[in-house]
Design a protein around this ligand. Structure first.
Ligand code: SAM
Length: 226
């Protein structure tokens, strides 16, 4: 990551880096929560690879201070699909997957052993909230490519996915999409429906720990470039 991004007082997404305007929520966050001062270096991004430096005055007006930089998308895309778990753990999982650098996050429709089931209304509301969580986490972690949080998707619809199961092979660079089961695990039929089966280690992990482990392992191969 470039030091300008890493060292910025804040990083925020805007619709256009050519004519940047801060939204009300982001203005409040920058000025009142992070207490950004008028000469602090801030970075802005469109979430699609473009970013630049700027300063923000006390009325949230943006003055650009650098040219636009265009970052290439990651050399391959990484996806984690996970079954819904209880309470605020889906939010926590999306936040961490975003920080790690996952490109697409898929919430799985209930599988055979799912306990937590969202009806359509709840699913819409929760997915909207998870998109906000991902955007906030992407700002915090200085990403310039926003992750996609997909609509609720059935396991069968997740293309080219490997199934996480302790009986699988260790994760390597060929694994770019991994699906994590519910607390009760996937059934044998669900396990065999994927492209293959990957192990995340010798111990049985909670579903959210498994999602984070899969993300860390897959991204370590991408970061190495192998
Ligand atoms: N009740 C299941 C059992 O005893 O086998 C445990 C399910 S675990 C809490 C939830 C999900 O996390 C699993 O369906 C699997 O996808 C994933 N998981 C947990 N530990 C794993 C491991 N060591 N390797 C691969 N996947 C794992």
């Amino acid at each position: 990551m470039k030091s300008t991004l890493r060292d910025s007082a804040a990083h925020v997404f805007v619709d256009s880096v050519d004519a940047p305007v801060l939204g009300d929520v982001d203005s409040h966050h920058l000025l009142r929560v992070l207490r950004v001062k008028s000469r602090d270096a801030v970075t802005i991004s469109d979430g699609f690879g473009k970013w630049r430096s700027c300063v923000v005055d006390g009325d949230a007006n943006v003055e650009v201070t650098s040219d636009v930089v265009i970052e290439k998308s990651p050399k391959w895309q990484l996806t984690v699909a996970f079954s819904v778990v209880k309470g605020d753990r889906p939010e926590w999982t999306v936040q961490k997957l975003t920080e790690i650098g996952i490109d697409e996050i898929i919430i799985l429709a209930p599988t055979v052993r799912s306990v937590v089931r969202w009806d359509a209304g709840r699913a819409n509301k929760n997915i909207k909230r998870l998109r906000v969580v991902a955007r906030e986490a992407a700002m915090q972690s200085r990403r310039v490519w926003l992750p996609k949080v997909s609509d609720v998707t059935t396991l069968a619809e997740v293309s080219d996915t490997f199934i996480a199961d302790p009986n699988g092979v260790p994760v390597d660079a060929s694994h770019r999409t991994v699906a994590i089961g519910p607390e009760g695990g996937f059934t044998a039929e669900e396990v065999s429906a994927g492209k293959g089966v990957v192990s995340l280690g010798e111990t049985i992990l909670r579903a959210e720990t498994a999602a984070i482990s899969a993300a860390v392992l897959m991204s370590s191969y991408r970061n190495k470039g192998s």
